[in-house]
Ligand binder design. Structure first.
Ligand code: PMP
Length: 418
């Protein structure tokens, strides 16, 4: 018997996937009478029991507001919440837990930097550089800032494979460049950008760097100090944590030099009717009662993936990516967009002239959850001359069997529309 290319992709994982799947109750769900096959992990991830139980136990046992209560449960809640800052700081190798600001997601973290650091440092004639593959969350805040300040937004082009053209990036850099805002891994193409090089080149012209790590945190080991980025943002819900949580990491001296974002309780040093002075970080950027239970769930999620091993997770997902890529390429009508050398486990594709929404709906009837649309990267799709794609994205709880099911289901779509 001939060996098909996909049979050659060997699973050498040390992860116990059967046991891992048992950690995720939603994976046991039936949809339309068939088992759920969740392949939309770039949009959001399912939640392990460790996160569900941590949040549920907190509600049942220690729920209180944080920081100002002198009674036991408030102190317990404060300790749990603050402990997550240390867990996150260790996970991304920040120098100090106070460099971790809790936000409601990557979007809010980027808007915070644009509204505070941006308002202070961007002036008329300055330039901000982003890439063609940015999520709208890392385009629109900079676009609006540039409009307000009469500054210019410049875009690093990409090649057909979906890789940044570094020579073109070099040409955009000058003493006018004040910020590079760059995605680490693209939610639409999967491309992992060469951040070390990108950041070193930015630093050569004295520019600040913000990294959108929303699609990196769950796949790639991180050391923000080694990367030497000034800001790093991510969302909790894409890293197995509750939605409405996220993180802005910033270098402490930069964060402390930034004006406040939202104002109110918790972020002040002293308020009089004449004048208010502001707290140092992290409190400075956490006005009002935060998502306490969400942050505590985020801590549990990060401990969960840390215990599995982020390198082991990355290696297994990479095997799934190779397997799925080889398999899907056997369908002649299918065209994968995003063929970078280094990718996270994301595959965007078109299938002849079938609309992605039709593909998504047909796959749904077979229990397969994928995303169909522009994935909040409209300018990127304009670069490729398409308006929408279907996207399958994998997590460490996915299996080759689920990819086989996707392959079979796509065959039926082709047959139906042929
Ligand atoms: N950046 C990237 C690369 C993303 O994939 C996403 C979410 N799709 C975001 C930013 C925005 O994240 P959120 O909606 O959780 O704030």
């Amino acid at each position: 018997m001939m060996t098909s290319p996909s049979d050659m992709v060997k699973d050498k994982t040390v992860l116990n996937i059967d046991s891992i799947r048992n950690d995720f109750p939603e994976l046991l769900r039936m949809v339309h009478g068939v088992p759920l096959r969740y392949l939309d992990n770039a949009a959001s991830t399912l939640k392990p029991k460790r996160v569900i139980n941590t949040v549920s136990d907190f509600y049942a046992q220690s729920y209180s507001n944080i920081h100002r209560g002198v009674y036991l449960t408030s102190q317990e809640a404060t300790q749990k919440y603050e402990n997550v800052r240390t867990i996150v700081a260790d996970f991304i190798s920040a120098a100090d837990p106070s460099e971790i600001i809790f936000t409601k997601g990557a979007t809010e973290a980027i808007n915070l930097v644009a509204a505070t650091w941006g308002d202070k440092h961007i002036n008329e004639g300055d330039e901000i550089i982003i890439t063609t593959m940015e999520h709208h969350a890392n385009i629109v805040p900079w676009q609006m800032l540039c409009e307000k300040k009469n500054a210019t937004l410049k875009i690093i082009p990409i090649d057909d494979n979906g890789e940044i053209i570094l020579e073109e990036y070099a040409k955009l850099l000058s003493e006018k460049t004040k910020l590079i805002a760059c995605v680490y891994a693209s939610n639409s193409l999967g491309t992992i950008n060469p951040l070390t090089t990108i950041i070193a080149m930015a630093k050569n012209v004295g520019a600040c760097v913000l990294v959108d790590g929303a699609q990196a945190i769950q796949h790639i080991p991180l050391n923000v100090q080694e990367l030497n980025c000034d800001f790093f943002v991510f969302s909790g819900h894409k890293v197995y944590a509750p939605s409405g949580t996220g993180v802005l990491y910033g270098k402490k001296e930069i964060l402390n030099s930034m004006p406040p974002y939202q104002t109110g309780g918790d972020m002040i040093r002293k308020v009089t009717f004449e004048k208010t002075t502001f707290a140092a970080v992290p409190a400075r950027f956490e006005a009002g009662t935060p998502n306490i239970e969400g942050a505590i769930g985020l801590g549990a999620a990060i401990e969960y993936i840390r215990d599995l091993g982020i390198e082991e997770i990355g290696a297994y997902e990479n095997m799934l990516l190779q397997y799925a890529t080889e398999k899907l390429q056997q369908i002649p009508e299918l065209n994968i967009i995003g063929k970078a050398h280094d990718k996270v486990a994301v595959i965007s594709f078109t299938l002849g002239s079938v609309h992605p929404h039709d593909i998504g709906s047909m796959l749904d009837r077979k229990g397969i959850a994928v995303r169909a649309g522009h994935h909040c990267t409209q300018p990127l799709w304009e670069r490729y001359g398409v308006t929408a794609t279907t996207r399958a994205s994998f997590a460490f709880y996915n299996t080759k069997e689920e990819i086989d099911a996707l392959f079979e289901a796509l065959h039926s779509v082709v047959k139906m529309f042929a």
